[in-house]
Design a protein around this ligand. Structure first.
Ligand code: BTN
Length: 326
């Protein structure tokens, strides 16, 4: 009932009468009042006016199940949610759920991580109250060698959601960093459990710097937050809901062809490396080339100085700009 009351308060233009809420949920006025009091304790500013009813004045930037669900319009992505105030890593929790009864589309979200993981064994700083740390559990019926494409599907979904909420261009640094104003605002870490020809589960972990203001010295020219870059405040729960909605649509387009065929065009529109010189770093070998886009499997196409085009597989190599991160 809490989620539904929140949903109604959010979508109402003005006041909603207590009687309307009672009729809707078939409960007493006291029961409605209790839920409203609980919401106020969680930081919602709700005005109650005699003879008019309740009006939501301001929502807090909290990570809670009802707050996220009240904004979510998906069929399956994120419809089952687990929220933590503090956790080791949402990826670790989602993997445990994957081993057990966790369902396809389950979302694990935390306000803070004390063992956040980045790619290549790095850690991911995860301070409380400011950023998004979330992991989506999938049990896809695809082959293990198709799974790496899911990371690109998520990257596209995050970039689209940011643009929708902030009205500011968001770019993808192949394969899956999200970049705003030339600095990284989001990283994605995909992990999976497979048999030779069968996927048990995939977890896609997403860390988005939303309101973090200060970054360590060594990251200052490489990383930023959406608030710093766009100067706008968006509720984390809203951005989470938007990412889930975009992901659900894009995932269905991915499944339709079993590849990125239908997503190649929007992905390339967001590709920051497109038509730029990049430095390809293979183990023990570095070279420069021009990025020409992706193929239907999400491999980066690069053109070498002699005109030959090479496909780069994510995972084995990393790509940098010739002069820096981009
Ligand atoms: C990167 O190195 O760019 C990937 C960073 C991924 C961070 C996210 S935060 C939520 C999820 N849980 C983790 O421990 N890592 C991912």
């Amino acid at each position: 009932m809490k989620t539904e009351i929140l949903r109604l308060l959010q979508s109402a233009d003005g006041y909603i009468s207590g009687q309307q809420l009672c009729d809707r949920f078939q409960v007493s006025r006291t029961a409605v009042w209790k839920v409203v009091e609980q919401l106020k304790k969680e930081g919602y500013q709700i005005e109650a006016v005699r003879n008019r009813g309740y009006r939501l004045v301001k929502s807090p930037d909290v990570i809670s199940k009802s707050e996220i669900l009240s904004r979510l319009h998906t069929k399956w992505a994120g419809q089952s949610i687990v929220c933590y105030e503090e956790v080791d890593s949402t990826n670790t929790q989602a993997k445990t759920a994957g081993e057990n009864q966790g369902c396809h589309g389950m979302l694990v979200v935390a306000d803070r991580q004390n063992a956040g993981k980045g790619r290549r064994g790095r850690s991911w700083a995860s301070p409380p109250g400011t950023n998004i740390y979330m992991t989506l559990l999938l049990k896809p019926e695809i082959l293990p060698d198709q799974a790496s494409m899911l990371t690109l599907v998520m990257a596209l979904s995050v970039a689209e959601a940011i643009e929708e909420e902030y009205g500011h261009p968001a770019w993808i640094k192949w394969p899956n960093d999200i970049v705003v104003d030339n600095k990284k605002v989001c990283g994605i870490l995909t992990e999976m459990s497979t048999e030779i020809d069968y996927i048990n589960y995939v977890v896609i972990g997403v860390g988005i710097n939303v309101r973090q203001e200060d970054f360590p010295e060594e990251l200052m020219d490489k990383a930023t937050s959406l608030k710093n870059a766009c100067g706008k405040e968006v509720l984390r729960s809203q951005l989470i809901a938007d990412v889930m909605e975009r992901f659900e649509q894009n995932y269905e387009a991915f499944l339709e062809r079993g590849s990125l065929e239908l997503l190649k065009e929007p992905y390339e529109k967001h590709l920051v490396n497109m038509e730029r010189q990049v430095k390809v770093m293979e183990p023990g070998h570095e070279y420069e080339a021009s990025a020409r886009g992706i193929d239907n499997r999400g491999e980066l196409l690069v053109e070498l100085p002699d005109g030959t085009v090479k496909r780069i597989y994510a995972g084995e190599v990393s790509v940098r700009g010739v002069y820096g991160y981009i």
